[in-house]
Write a protein that binds this ligand. Structure first.
Ligand SMILES: Nc1ncnc2c1ncn2[C@@H]1O[C@H](COP(=O)(O)OP(=O)(O)O)[C@@H](O)[C@H]1O
Ligand SMILES: [Mg+2]
Length: 255
């Protein structure tokens, strides 16, 4: 048993969506903890409830029952959520997009400028402060989305298939970039991906959920050395872990 401090504890979480012809049971008793500073990936069949779980943790969906407790931090923000689409505001510059949550929070302009500049440098976008969203590549836009969600200094960064729209090489590049941001920002990360390789390469631990209604079917520690190097993907240890995840996922998507 790990005794590290917990960033999050989820207990027996149930989410049902009420529909005209009854209710749709999506999460069926999900329990897990996230260690502070850990990088966890979540895999599961499509339509299985992964986004529902993230949105519930972000407070966008009220659970039917169960408990979600975050490490107590008075006045702090619990989660920042990044989606597959960056959802930037086209009429705002890159820096104004990142500033938006702080403007809503009502911080002073000097403080906003300072925090936005820090985030821009963290995600490696110096020199693009005044660029417009339409001028950015997919990878750059997603870095802006990550910066926007980190600017409020959330306890946990939630990522929902953040690189799903990128081609394979950019996806790999963004994976490295995310690992760098994660280690520099000292955040707890929970990331949904549909890529087994990506999950094993990035994470300290991978959770697999079942078909709907979702329960956790596998909780697999990834004890591979860091910093992760590209060659790691071709080692027996990596392949063994990927194989176990593949078997668990295949069981779940096989109807
Ligand atoms: N707001 C909602 N109202 C009703 N049903 C929903 C809502 N959001 C998601 N669902 C349904 O819940 C199930 C799980 O969806 P989702 O969490 O998006 O799955 P995943 O992200 O794993 O692909 C799907 O059947 C989806 O249609
Ligand atoms: Mg989803």
């Amino acid at each position: 048993m790990s005794s590290s401090p917990k960033a999050l504890q989820v207990r027996d979480l149930h989410v049902d969506f009420i529909e005209e012809d009854g209710s749709l049971e999506v999460l069926d008793g999900i329990s897990f903890d996230l260690d502070e500073g850990a990088f966890t990936c979540l895999l599961g069949p499509s339509g299985g409830g992964k986004s529902t779980l993230l949105r519930t943790l972000a407070g966008l969906i009220t659970p039917t029952s169960g408990e979600i407790s975050f490490a107590a931090r008075p006045g702090g923000v619990n989660t920042g959520l990044v989606f597959q689409k960056p959802n930037l505001m086209p009429w705002r510059s890159l820096q104004a997009n990142i500033a938006l949550p702080l403007e809503i929070e009502g911080l002073s302009s000097p403080e906003i400028s300072e925090r936005v500049a820090k985030m821009i440098s963290l995600v490696g976008l110096q020199g693009f402060e005044r660029s417009w969203p339409h001028e950015l590549s997919g990878g750059m836009a997603q870095r802006v989305a990550i910066a926007r969600s980190l600017v409020q200094d959330p306890e946990i960064l939630l990522l929902d298939e953040p690189f799903g729209q990128l081609d394979e090489l950019n996806r790999e590049r963004m994976g490295f970039e995310l690992l760098r941001v994660w280690s520099e920002a000292h955040k707890t990360v929970l990331m949904v991906t549909h890529s087994i390789q990506e999950a094993v390469f990035l994470a300290d631990r991978v959770l697999v959920i079942t078909r709907r209604p979702a329960r956790i079917s596998l909780d697999l520690p990834i004890n591979l050395p860091r910093p992760r190097q590209p060659e790691l993907r071709y080692t027996p240890a990596f392949m063994e872990l990927a194989g176990r995840l593949h078997a668990a996922l295949f069981r779940e998507s096989n109807t």
